[in-house]
Design a binder for this molecule. Sequence first.
Ligand code: ASP
Length: 332
Amino acid sequence: MKRRKFIKNASLTSLGITVAGTLNSCVDSSENTFVNPKIKPQIPVVIATWNVKFATAEAWKILIDGGSALDAVEQGCRIEEANEKGQSVGKGGLPDRDGNVTLDACIMNEQGNCGAVVFLQNITHAVSVARRVMEDTPHVMLAGKGAEKFAISKGFKKENLLTEASKLAWKKWAETSQYSPIINIENHDTVGVLAIDKNGDISGACTTSGLAYKMNGRVGDSPIIGSGLFVDNNVGGAVATGLGEEVVKTVGSFLIVELMRQGKTPQQACEEAIRRIVDKPNSQYKNFQVGYIAVNKQGETGAYSIHQWFSMTKYQNGENQNIQSDYFNKNC
Ligand code: ASP
């Protein structure tokens, strides 16, 4: 099933809304690395949000050949950015309410360096522009026209990202143009990729066209380091998908990595981060989806979401699998 379908199936139709064992760790004081010497790390490994087996396969190829986790996560994201059928990422992404496709992406490496682009238009591979920001500028984030100008100066091709299919979907939506920034009327899903290479180094990246039919100028969690993505090479990494506003409010990915640092497994940490959202006073969690995936230094992984139908794709020990995530809201 396509990612869009997954999240659609998690919709709360009554509202017409669509959504998406403690690690026995110890600290190696010399390196401050959270590893359990009794567990052989299951690496290399790559995990990604949603059912994106082509993306994880591309990343795995790089990892198994001894390539870096950074290259693996970038190339994994690029597969989905180039896939015009995926209407939530890169070319073919659904536009904002005014018909503009605007992309958000970020990337973070094992040294704790990062780069991001927000409100990027006319460039398919937002994740690679984010990498150039990280590697070729003294900054972390470039926005809008500045990001586009920078991308073009680095040789990226200017393209129209609004495909006929996405234009049609937008025109249909525009017939009624019902929208609430909190309760989404459309589905959405970011592709986030986390990898550990043969050296044990961790990197992560994520890329999205954000919420379909969002307000012009809206930026979500995905390019915000700590919210949509966070990596600490001593501990692990986490990445988010779903209603970005809720992820930003709880700084979800940073929270998950810090919980793993305190000894939680990736699964426990993802569950705790979801609880922080649903336990808020007057939480509207029944009306939206958020999902997290995480990996720790050992290559253990976790995934959890508010509603059913979130999934993680994992390539580990030579096996590329799409795995349904456990979820919080079992009562409807
Ligand atoms: N998190 C993204 C955003 O809020 C959307 C998504 O994951 O679908 O922009």
